[in-house]
Write a protein that binds this ligand. Sequence first.
Ligand code: NAP
Length: 165
Amino acid sequence: MNDLTGKKAIVIGGTSGIGAAVAEALAARGAEVVRASRSTGLDASEGAALTSWIAEQGPIDHLVFTAGSQAPGGAVAALEASAKVIAKELAPIRVNVVSPGLTETEAYAGLDTDERKTMLDGAASRLPAGRVAQPQDVAAGYLFVIETPSVTGAVIDIDGGALIN
Ligand SMILES: NC(=O)c1ccc[n+]([C@@H]2O[C@H](COP(=O)([O-])OP(=O)(O)OC[C@H]3O[C@@H](n4cnc5c(N)ncnc54)[C@H](OP(=O)(O)O)[C@@H]3O)[C@@H](O)[C@H]2O)c1
């Protein structure tokens, strides 16, 4: 486990699910972690507020964005291709995408227990890996790109093999 003592990380979406798992993993490595979401007063859909909030944080080493509970939509499609272009433009700052498949998080808390189990078990049985990801599985992808200084412009798929199905 790498030592991130002295590093500062911001996790926008860090109060639940995948983001919470990333925040916990970073903190376990000694990083100073700031978790943000609407419940802490930051709505990432408000661009100007987001920009000024990040500026208020001072120097940061790692910015993780996991906010939202649905597949990305809105003004930008093509998020993965955009990240590659941004990685080139911002170099040597590194930019990577972690792309989860179905992951068992609070995002599915609205389903009743039986319905959720049926959905997750059914998905696991169809996936090549034979399991639905846990938040810690996806957090491992974030930690990999954070801790590996030669990784930039990459897309890390953690989806149980959904894309090869
Ligand atoms: N779980 C899956 O199966 C799955 C599959 C594919 C992709 N993803 C993607 O993975 C990311 C994380 O999903 P998750 O399952 O971890 O969801 P989650 O458990 O529901 O957590 C979502 C987090 O985002 C925050 N958030 C939502 N809207 C926000 C906003 N407008 N501004 C700031 N924070 C906001 C939430 O906190 P507040 O409610 O306090 O704002 C929470 O901390 C999402 O982008 C989702 O689309 C998830």
